[in-house]
Design a protein around this ligand. Sequence first.
Ligand SMILES: NC(=O)c1ccc[n+]([C@@H]2O[C@H](COP(=O)([O-])OP(=O)(O)OC[C@H]3O[C@@H](n4cnc5c(N)ncnc54)[C@H](OP(=O)(O)O)[C@@H]3O)[C@@H](O)[C@H]2O)c1
Length: 411
Amino acid sequence: MKTPNIGDQISPADAMKWALILARKGAGFVSPNPMVGCVIVDKDHKFVAGGWHQKVGGAHAEIEALERFALIKGKKEALQGCHVYVTLEPCAHEGRTGSCAKALAPLKPASLTYGIQDPNPMVAGKGAQILRDAGVIVASLAEMTEWPAMPGKAAELSLKKDLIDEVEDLTEVFLWNMRTSGPEALPFVTVKVASTLDGRVALHDGSSKWITSEPAREKGHRLRLEHDAIIVGRRTVETDNPSLNVRLDDVSDHTNSVVIVDPKAKIADRLLEFNVAKVRPTDRVFVCVQKGIANPQGVARAKDHGFRVFEVDGSKEGVVDLKQTLQRLREFGVQGLYVEGGAGTVGPFFENQLVNRLHVFMATSVLGGKHSIGWSDLCGVSKLDEMWKLKRERVKMIGPDLHVTGRLDLR
Ligand SMILES: NC(=O)c1ccc[n+]([C@@H]2O[C@H](COP(=O)([O-])OP(=O)(O)OC[C@H]3O[C@@H](n4cnc5c(N)ncnc54)[C@H](OP(=O)(O)O)[C@@H]3O)[C@@H](O)[C@H]2O)c1
């Protein structure tokens, strides 16, 4: 969608779409909060201001939009009669910041449309109620039949469903973590692969740079930003020596965490040699080793260097208990985990039904050959009716590559 200028008349659906685009600007800086965007239009539905939640502990999207609105209109009180679009229900409670619903209510916008209800028990409908009690027409996308800002203008069902899906996709890591809690809770898991049309991720000798194009890789970096940590197998670190950081022109001052599955601690004593440890502090590198079979000297050395080594149970064959690994990572504050492979790491996530979302970036080329590596070589189903089928799937081109994504929710 094209960037709206101040004074451009935009439709209610476009106002929500712009709020969705703004929300993603908070990626990488708001966790454990959700990414949220907000748009304010005047009584004639002309665009005035937008805002997004920029940083955990900082102002929420509604307050950011309101501040910009006040700069343009001279005062916040000019909100009277305007229409507000926000991707998530405004909060009702005082947390690190004040209540957005209570900030908006006395300013008397004519209407407020929100994407989805905030499942946080301290909000869950209460934010909407505060605004309703103040006389604002309030509706979530799911409950409305007509656009609150345009009484009589039907909210077209397919458009409404698309917008709800987009808001749920935007907020999925937060929603997942709100709905799962306790010692058994696991992070939201996204698997990303870059493959050829025949699903190959590397040649038999391990060479894989690059299968997909620059635009697809840039999107991969945006996805890294939307997760708290990236997990890779020991062999990817040794073969590719990746940095696994976020390299985007418009993002600075961002440090992500990496998890390396190294059950036998084969690279634990050499970790400082790899790029993953050169581009971030060592306490942002987690190393998962298997209880009992790890190399104790290597583990001790890694710990001395500040790496966050943790032990989990595993099988005799050296396959670590992934569920336990994920539980530990959630305890460490990882709410969204991004699996970047290789096949030896992706396979157990599928086999253990631990995948919430899949992204496949597919080059329109074929590697073929019996010995090249396929991303799903180490996992699979035995019956056709057990195929892992994407839900809410989206398919589009990114540069010359195909991008397929959707929810799996195997758990
Ligand atoms: N195109 C892509 O999207 C993509 C992405 C990443 C990597 N790659 C390519 O893939 C290749 C590497 O993939 P790979 O399959 O050989 O190796 P990998 O997945 O990077 O690493 C596998 C190793 O990690 C450890 N490991 C991972 N998960 C484990 C689990 N659940 N339990 C126990 N151990 C676990 C094991 O280490 P031990 O052997 O020490 O037991 C295992 O052998 C490289 O060539 C890389 O270039 C491609």
